[in-house]
Design a protein around this ligand. Structure first.
Ligand code: UTP
Length: 234
């Protein structure tokens, strides 16, 4: 069985509690998990941002804000695990070692954040490295990696392909604060470089996009790899 690690952005899965896409994602994740060993790392989304912003107005430091963010990612992960029913391992993994252990049961393994000072993209990048995934897919709210934030800069251009080095140059410009929203954090980018596991960044607003990417290799997005090989379909 091939291993697939997905970083499922909180902005996609739970932009807010009311507008969550959990039920829309469950059938797609189930289908992927029936063909591959699937690991899903869930982000914090709008609720994490609300909590972190509220903490900041209370004068709470960013490290503690990160801990609060991690709790929200695990809360979202718990919701996904429960919604997946028997198709997911019934506990949220709290470390990479635990995720590997849970995968012995051959069910979808779900986790959230683990360490302050990073985002769930970094968690997923290290997980992909540790389980030797065939591909690391970052499901986010933009259709790939751009030269600048496409929501703010109309001249931003989307890259079809990047080398890990180019990725590091692009994301290295952003600085780290709790609740920061960039397409991929710098730690994740560095791990992608050293692990040499291909990364695909794609838009998950419609879960069907992920399905057609994994099974048919049909998607608009950015591939980050040192080679010319197409990482999708898996
Ligand atoms: P996310 O991974 O969701 O960050 O974690 P994000 O950049 O807001 O991504 P989207 O919007 O969900 O796609 C939310 C916050 O939780 C803390 C950080 O403060 C992060 O910004 N966090 C998360 C950590 O400190 N460590 C982790 O391992 C994960």
């Amino acid at each position: 069985m091939k291993k697939v690690v997905i970083s499922l952005g909180g902005s996609i899965l739970v932009p807010s509690l009311e507008k969550n896409r959990i039920l829309k994602y469950v059938p797609v994740l189930r289908e992927i998990a029936s063909h591959h060993q699937l690991f899903v790392v869930v982000g914090g989304g709008g609720e994490a941002r609300r909590y972190i912003d509220a903490a900041r107005t209370l004068g709470i430091d960013d490290g503690t804000g990160d801990e609060i963010g991690i709790l929200i990612t695990r809360l979202n992960a718990t919701m996904l695990v429960a919604a997946m029913g028997d198709d997911a391992y019934p506990r949220v993994a709290e470390s990479h070692a635990e995720a590997k252990k849970f995968a012995e049961h051959r069910k979808c393994v779900v986790m959230g954040g683990i360490t302050p000072g990073q985002t769930t993209d970094a968690v997923a990048a290290v997980l992909a490295e540790r389980v030797r995934a065939s591909v690391f897919i970052n499901v986010t709210s933009v259709d790939g990696i751009y030269s600048a934030d496409p929501k703010k800069d109309k001249k931003a251009v989307r890259y079809d392909r990047l080398t890990p080095r180019q990725l590091i140059e692009i994301v290295g410009k952003a600085h780290l604060v709790a609740g920061l929203n960039t397409v991929l954090d710098i730690i994740a980018a560095r791990v992608v470089e050293r692990s040499r596991i291909p990364l695909v960044v794609l838009d998950g607003t419609d879960p069907e996009n992920l399905r057609s990417a994994v099974f048919f290799g049909r998607y608009t997005g950015t591939v980050v790899s040192d080679t010319d090989t197409e990482p999708l379909p898996v």
